[in-house]
Write a protein that binds this ligand. Structure first.
Ligand SMILES: Cc1cc2nc3c(=O)[nH]c(=O)nc-3n(C[C@H](O)[C@H](O)[C@H](O)COP(=O)(O)OP(=O)(O)OC[C@H]3O[C@@H](n4cnc5c(N)ncnc54)[C@H](O)[C@@H]3O)c2cc1C
Length: 440
């Protein structure tokens, strides 16, 4: 592997942690709480904020520092309902049309709510409304984008526009895409800052946050739960699971319904704002239609490019995965030849077997899980929905609670089949005509 692609200050750490690392908060847990929330990412903190605002005393417990999970490792690309169909092209046939329409409407509303949350709470997280460009990796994929565009335009007229192949150059410096879809209501933020700001406001509202405390088990006690943690026991009136791609054996019902998948990212060295603006003139967030998709964006300062994808379907070495992503980036944007990378990192997302996010309650335990790779807005929304469920205040149940949360016979949380699925996905992209450097 060539070392010349790694800048001298290269680190295997999220770029976002330079400005906003995860935080430990307090080790001293209370003996009692109204609600114990397992997981201190966006979902857990959003739940805690809403609960605290609703007058309850939530306690958030994370095995690692608060914000350590996918919430501080993601691309910071935001979408409403347009994120829904991304991992499943046949969503229209697979889901009851009335429930799907309700999901799309709720997804779109969640984006408005998200923007309002940032404004209302004064969250300092470099949020910008940018629009999202999704590139078509094949001529056929333009048809899929047209269907997705229609679905979005039905919910909100004027939301999405197809970009013909001849106009792709005005969006980004590549000739690899056959056209694309532009979705207006999409944006970007600094995920490290966002999750820490969410922690700040949740704490100010009365939530108690504890990093470095793992939940090791729980049992029913009276009308609530006794929660066993690495720092002692907590008596809690309700229990909430917000562990997404890091869900383990403590909550086996949830674990059986989630497929943890590693996603990887790299940051280029500083390129300068002018150069980035030449390559990504509209400074949007970007993705594509491949089964094994790329996602990318300018850094908040506009002087680097951050690029991500499924560089591996087995638990891969971050440096090796970073080198692979670097190859993909240069293949997509050849003008970046000679550019080195300063950061490479990995995080877990959670896929569900129906490729949809879920919020609900099972055996008295609440959950918001299954981001399917697109969860900054969704998990903020579903965390709030779960809190309303606990508070008994929802006007109507979330559309994302209306479908069963499926599993697969014999599945216990070990995604042994992912290398096979990954191979098939890559084959699909290849059969569609996509050529990637360095793949057999
Ligand atoms: C590389 C990457 C890029 C992504 N890009 C985007 C993007 O551009 N846009 C987008 O919308 N989404 C993106 N996502 C997805 C998004 O980051 C997630 O959907 C979201 O952060 C999930 O938040 P969460 O709070 O549910 O889970 P996490 O933030 O993963 O938090 C779960 C937490 O649970 C804790 N935990 C687990 N078990 C226990 C236990 N027993 N006791 C205590 N704590 C426990 C873990 O330590 C972890 O901190 C990306 C994800 C990754 C990894």
């Amino acid at each position: 592997m060539s070392d010349t692609i790694f800048a001298p200050d290269f680190v295997e750490r999220p770029f976002w942690w330079e400005a906003a690392p995860p935080t430990r908060r307090s080790d001293a847990i209370p003996a009692e709480a109204d609600v114990a929330v397992i997981g201190g990412g966006i979902a857990g903190l959003s739940t805690a904020l809403e609960l605290a605002r609703g007058g309850l005393r939530p306690v958030v417990l994370d095995r690692e520092p608060i914000g350590w999970g996918a919430s501080s490792r993601n691309g910071g690309a935001l979408a409403g309902a347009s994120g829904l169909g991304r991992s499943r092209s046949n969503l229209q046939e697979a889901v009851d049309p009335e429930i799907l329409a309700a999901m799309v409407e709720e997804g779109e509303q969640s984006f408005d709510d998200f923007e309002q949350l940032i404004e209302r709470e004064g969250l300092d997280c470099d949020y910008r409304r940018t629009g999202r460009f999704t590139g078509a990796h094949s001529a056929k994929a333009m048809q899929t984008l047209a269907v997705r565009g229609d679905m979005l335009n039905r919910a909100r007229p004027g939301e999405a526009q197809l970009v013909p192949r001849g106009d792709v150059g005005s969006e980004l410096a590549t000739e690899r895409y056959y056209g694309g879809l532009l979705v207006q209501r999409a944006g970007s933020l600094h995920p490290g800052k966002y999750v820490q700001e969410l922690a700040r406001v949740a704490e100010e509202a009365g939530a108690s946050l504890h990093g470095g405390v793992s939940v090791d088990g729980y049992g029913a006690e009276g009308s609530g739960f006794r929660v066993r943690t690495s720092a002692g026991e907590i008596k809690a009136g309700a229990l909430m699971v917000a562990t997404n791609g890091y869900t383990g054996g403590v909550t086996p019902w949830q674990q059986r319904r989630l497929i943890p998948v590693g996603s990887y990212m790299i940051a280029t060295e500083v390129l300068g704002r002018e150069r980035v603006a030449q390559l990504l003139p509209k400074l949007r967030v970007y993705g594509d239609t491949k089964k094994v998709l790329y996602y990318f964006r300018p850094s908040p300062a506009g002087d680097r490019i951050l690029f991500g994808g499924r560089a591996s379907f087995v638990d891969s070495d971050v440096r090796r995965a970073g080198a692979r992503l670097h190859r993909f980036l240069l293949h997509l944007i050849p003008a970046l030849a000679g550019t080195r990378i300063t950061h490479a990192w990995k995080g877990n997302v959670a896929f569900s077997f129906d490729f949809l996010p879920h919020v609900g309650v099972q055996d008295g335990v609440h959950y918001a899980l299954g981001c399917n790779g697109s969860g900054v807005v969704t998990m903020t929304h579903l965390g709030r929905q779960a809190a309303r469920q606990i508070l008994g205040r929802g006007n109507r149940p979330s559309a994302f609670s209306r479908l069963p949360f499926p599993t697969m016979r014999g599945y216990r949380g070990n995604p042994w089949f992912m290398p096979v699925v990954g191979g098939l996905y890559r084959l699909r992209d290849r059969l569609d005509g996509w050529r990637e450097p360095g793949w057999p």
